[in-house]
Design a protein around this ligand. Structure first.
Ligand code: NAP
Length: 263
């Protein structure tokens, strides 16, 4: 794994090349934004949490690891001469977004939130919206789910640990921590993009009758929704958590324009 906190590739953070735009990343949009800004000559520094063993790295300078909370992040922004922050973290990464809002307020650094739109059900979809993973487990029991494709990530799986009525095919990027997993499960390591044919094959091979997902949005992982529609399967989908009042855009183009307009 890449050393925590180090600038690991691209331009270093020395005088004259000091990054001015910090991108809080971990998403495809963050990587695309880093490339777009680099191409215009803006110095960017991308930050990753360090949760994934082999992260997809953006172009340009990268640092990895938590900052130590909002106060430490505010200090870090000042020390590193950061002039703009784009919070392009995942729609379900709540803590870092709250931390960024607080830190940018304290350090008086402009903050933009880049968040891809959520998914929208079509008329033939059988989606069941829930607020969190414990509610997702309740929905599975109510639906009588027996064989579940669980794609909500490796965190929070304890919510399903008491569900003895179903087998769970748990798909995630890195293995979940042992313990607090459903009694009957199989872990399938994988990372998008996924295809409709691939998802149909997975559903058929494992006899899946229900899909669980977060409303992550975006094209890289949405094939499971098309596959569920094709097979007429219910989808239990977790709503995004509420967000604070931060200037927000939905596209990389808008975020790049914001960063460039402030040069
Ligand atoms: P989280 O709960 O919001 O953040 C937990 C802590 O991790 C934060 O308080 C922060 O530590 C650190 N952190 C998170 N993102 C960071 C970043 N980009 N750079 C530096 N530190 C970061 O986040 P999470 O849900 O665990 O997600 C972690 C990362 O994975 C995020 O970058 C997110 O974009 C990505 N991701 C998350 C999901 C998901 O479903 N949650 C899915 C795909 C990708 P300090 O308080 O010490 O600063």
């Amino acid at each position: 794994m890449t050393p925590t906190g180090d600038v690991t590739n691209g331009a270093d953070a020395g005088p004259g090349t000091r990054p001015t735009v910090l991108i809080l990343g971990g998403t495809a949009e963050a990587r695309t934004l880093a490339a777009a800004l680099e191409a215009t000559g803006v110095a960017v520094l991308s930050s990753l949490a360090g949760r994934v063993a082999r992260p997809r790295l953006p172009v340009g300078a990268v640092r990895i690891g938590g900052f130590g909370g909002p106060d430490a992040l505010a200090q870090w922004l000042t020390e590193h001469g950061i002039e703009r922050v784009v919070d392009a973290t995942h729609p379900f990464a709540e803590r870092i977004s709250a931390s960024a809002a607080q830190a940018c307020g304290a350090a008086e650094v402009p903050l933009l939130r880049l968040e891809r739109p959520g998914w929208t059900a079509g008329p033939e979809d059988r989606w069941h919206w829930v607020d969190d993973l414990p509610q997702a487990d309740t929905a599975l029991r109510e639906l009588g789910a027996r064989r579940v494709l669980l794609t909500s990530g490796r965190q929070g799986l304890a919510a399903f640990a008491g569900n003895a009525g179903a087998f769970f095919l748990i798909r995630c990027v890195d293995p979940p921590a042992p313990g607090d997993l459903p009694a009957r499960h199989e872990v399938l390591l994988g990372r998008g993009p996924y295809t409709l044919d691939g998802e149909l094959g997975l559903i058929d091979a494992h006899g899946i009758d229900t899909v669980v997902t977060k409303d992550s949005g975006g094209p890289l992982t949405e094939a499971k929704l098309h596959a569920a529609r094709t097979r007429g399967l219910p989808v239990v989908i977790v709503r995004r958590p509420p967000r604070g009042d931060v200037l927000t855009v939905a596209t990389v183009e808008e975020a790049a324009a914001w960063a460039l307009s402030l040069r």
